[in-house]
Write a protein that binds this ligand. Structure first.
Ligand code: PAF
Length: 281
């Protein structure tokens, strides 16, 4: 694996690749776990040249404390990527990525008007800045993103197509711990009690998916039941539960309104904010 910690390293490494190779890009913010490694493995099903980027992107954090405490474990990350046979690990500095302030405002097609959008102002615009910058630098044929960030994935697909960027966006399934907790870099910030409580989030989502198929409940009633179930677990405090059309991301008030329906949640375990989602229909 070639480790590139500057733009010139990256240029050099890419120029050493064969001209006809197809690059698979796996963008990450580091603190890697098996969910990230599953993205790398999926990437190798598409191509034999995989670039993994590790960059804690400051412009997508709306909360300075969240940015400060975001876990940084570059040495362990490189070891995992080496074992996963990644071709290049690109670990740029903030100056490499943003030599000047990036003032671009992206058209996100209104997909940021729900879920994380209003709760994390500027977050998705910041994601669009880094993802397009990484597309420009690595020129991928494929780019791999996890479905845990369901809304992010939809938004990335939207602006990639809208702006005419070439890569195929490949969605990768949520990777879960044995007890159901969706893998996330933030999980390592949970204290033992919070970690023990956190699987209740997936349990509530799974219960909702069963109820959505079995009983005559409206989406609003199901949201209510899910919030109560999560909040019944000491340590957990629901910020929101929404049921949306999986394609337009607009809230669904009647099941017939959409062919595919997703439930997504944001939950606080103390200061740590966890998100997850499940397909209801
Ligand atoms: O999902 C993430 O880890 C980040 O939002 C991404 C896509 C790497 C951009 O910083």
């Amino acid at each position: 694996m070639i480790i590139c910690s500057s733009l010139s390293d990256l240029e050099q490494a890419i120029s050493s690749l064969s001209n006809d190779c197809k690059i698979g890009l796996v963008p990450t913010m580091g603190a890697l776990h098996q969910g990230h490694i599953s993205l790398v493995k999926t990437a190798f099903q598409y191509t034999d040249t995989v670039i993994v980027t590790i960059f804690v992107n400051p412009v997508q954090f709306n909360n300075p404390d969240d940015l400060k405490r975001y876990p940084r474990t570059v040495e362990a990350d490189c070891k995992m990527l080496e074992e996963a046979n990644a071709t290049i690990a690109f670990i740029p500095s903030v100056e490499d990525i943003y030599p000047e302030p990036d003032t671009r405002e992206f058209d996100l097609g209104g997909l940021d008007s729900v879920g994380e959008g209003p709760r994390r102002p500027g977050h998705f615009n910041g994601v669009a800045k880094i993802v397009t910058r990484l597309f420009d630098l690595t020129k991928p044929t494929y780019a791999f993103f996890g479905e845990k960030d369901f809304q992010q994935l939809a938004i990335i697909k939207y602006f990639t197509q809208k702006l005419g960027y070439p890569p195929e966006i490949v969605p990768c399934p949520i990777f879960r711990e044995e007890d159901g907790l969706a893998m996330s870099s933030r999980n390592r910030l949970l204290n033992p009690e919070q970690r023990k409580a956190a699987p209740a989030i997936y349990k509530a989502l799974s219960d909702a998916a069963r109820l959505a198929g079995q009983r005559e409940l409206t989406p609003v009633e199901l949201i209510d039941i899910t919030i109560k179930e999560i909040n019944n677990t000491p340590q957990l405090n629901t910020e929101y539960v929404e049921i949306v059309n999986s394609l337009t991301l607009q809230p669904v008030t009647r099941w017939e309104e959409a062919v595919e329906v997703q439930m997504w949640v944001a939950v606080f375990a103390g200061e740590i904010r966890l998100i997850d989602n499940i397909k209801l229909k």
